[in-house]
Ligand binder design. Sequence first.
Ligand code: CU
Ligand code: ZN
Length: 158
Amino acid sequence: MSNRAVAVLRGDVVSGTVWITQNSESDPAVIEGEIKGLTPGLHGFHIHQFGDSTNGCISAGPHFNPFGKTHGGPNSEVRHVGDLGNVEAGADGVAKVKITDKFVTLYGQNTVIGRSIVVHAGEDDLGQGVGDKAEESKKTGNAGARSACGVIALAAPQ
Ligand code: CU
Ligand code: ZN
């Protein structure tokens, strides 16, 4: 049976809706939606560990990382499960999201249901930061402040 989840992202200026669909445990997850109110350009886009917004997006905690890896990009061999790279907003501040990912799952022990999606003010360097950016690059990708977040909740299958 396919699983489907939805996160409604809210921030001071940024908002959006992101759906996650997975047809079976062995299929990749499809993450799609729209986020508005962004500055034009690239914005870090991750699944964070907790579905807790009691202290705004900060209480979502770090990137979801059940296997104890370092930060990377969506196509990296070594990455956090939550590392979905960047979304790109156009001149109108709207980012259309369409990601297929084989690490994110809606099944089993490492389901992302109940965790959070976060979109950041800045660009994720995908773990490639150098010099004084290198250390943080391996943790957060230097994506900056959390512009909006939403809890990944179970949705009705389509
Ligand atoms: Cu993040
Ligand atoms: Zn990460």
